[in-house]
Design a binder for this molecule. Structure first.
Ligand SMILES: [Zn+2]
Length: 331
């Protein structure tokens, strides 16, 4: 019904791939991150929001044709019943349930369990085979509540009112979630965004996610005196290039699940690491597996061995798939 191939998970009965890493005839796509959603497929089945996001990122001709699947709606794909369910990862993100003759497989894509007002919350779907990632699949990974991380940022803004606070956050999902969290923390000043975030922020707003007043961080005068003490958000790569040098005495910040690894923060020159992740931490992975109650767990990528071992010790058959090409764009 489903097996790993070099192109990604393939369903021979339905002749489709899930999140293929190379162009295929028929692709089912869990979410818009570039390692899962690639352009050039003949046909794409995904949620309306994921299709919209792909069109924003790749252009309207990102696939030969496309079809939108609503959450919970059954779509017949060559005799296989397919249903999309919310994954709580980024706007539009879905788990994909595949069913034939009473056997049910759930491909969870990337997902998280913590509350995130910028997307629909993960829904556990009982299944026979649960396919999960394990980006943070080690017992050392515990992500703190994001509200506490944002409090660190707000404290820093009070302590260093002269310094521009430059936050590195991935363009799809993380940036909008961080902005939304900052607003919930009570910060109502304009937030300055790198040009590459504008279209996706506009799209989130159009889908009912309130981000408050956003201004381009690129139109201010070169000396950027007016951005002293401001919050500026851009993709992590932007802070390595000339764009970042316009800010005087900037305070480098990075919002990522990896920021709980001090060494990673140091390597990047991050002064204020914010541990904000759009993936499950270790306890959330285990809780989810217990909740969906599968007979078998397949682990696609990440720290696969520890999670496979935990499943086996818990009496659940498990295997690592060692899928390649998934680079955690939105970690
Ligand atoms: Zn992702």
């Amino acid at each position: 019904m489903l097996h790993p191939t070099p192109g990604g998970l393939y369903c021979p009965m339905g002749d489709f791939y899930v999140d293929p890493v190379r162009p295929v005839g028929r692709a089912l796509i869990t979410h818009g991150h570039s390692d899962h959603a690639r352009s050039g497929h003949s046909h794409v089945l995904a949620t309306r929001q994921t299709l919209d996001i792909m069109a924003i990122r790749y252009g309207v001709d990102f696939a030969g044709s496309s079809q939108a699947a609503g959450f919970g709606e059954t779509v017949d794909v060559n005799g296989i019943s397919v249903r999309f369910h919310p994954a709580g990862h980024v706007l539009g993100s879905a788990q994909i349930e595949i069913e034939k003759d009473g056997t049910r497989i759930v491909v969870s894509g990337d997902y998280k369990r913590g509350v995130d007002p910028t997307c629909a919350s993960f829904e556990p779907v009982p299944c026979d085979v649960f396919i999960t990632e394990a980006t943070f699949g080690l017992p050392v990974f515990h992500h703190p509540p994001p509200s506490g991380e944002i409090e660190k940022l707000l404290t820093s803004l009070r302590q260093f009112p002269e310094r521009s606070h430059l936050i590195g956050a991935y363009a799809l999902g993380k940036a909008q979630r961080v902005i939304s969290l900052i607003r919930r923390g009570g910060y109502d000043q304009p937030i300055y965004i790198h040009g590459s975030l504008a279209k996706l922020c506009d799209y989130y707003e159009s889908q009912g996610v309130d981000l408050g007043e956003l201004r381009p961080a690129t139109t201010e005068d070169k000396k950027s005196g007016s951005l002293k003490g401001a919050v500026v958000i851009g993709p992590p790569s932007a802070f390595n290039d000339r764009w970042a040098r316009r800010f005087e005495d900037p305070l480098p910040i990075f919002a990522s699940g990896w920021m709980m690894v001090r060494q990673r923060a140091k390597q990047r020159g991050v002064e204020l690491p914010l541990v904000i992740s759009d993936h499950c931490d270790w306890p959330e992975l285990l809780d989810t597996i217990r909740e969906v109650g599968p007979q078998e767990v397949w682990v696609t990528h990440g720290r696969e061995e520890a999670l496979v071992r935990w499943c086996e010790l818990s009496g659940i058959a498990a295997r690592p798939l060692h899928l390649v090409g998934y680079e955690d764009e939105g970690d």
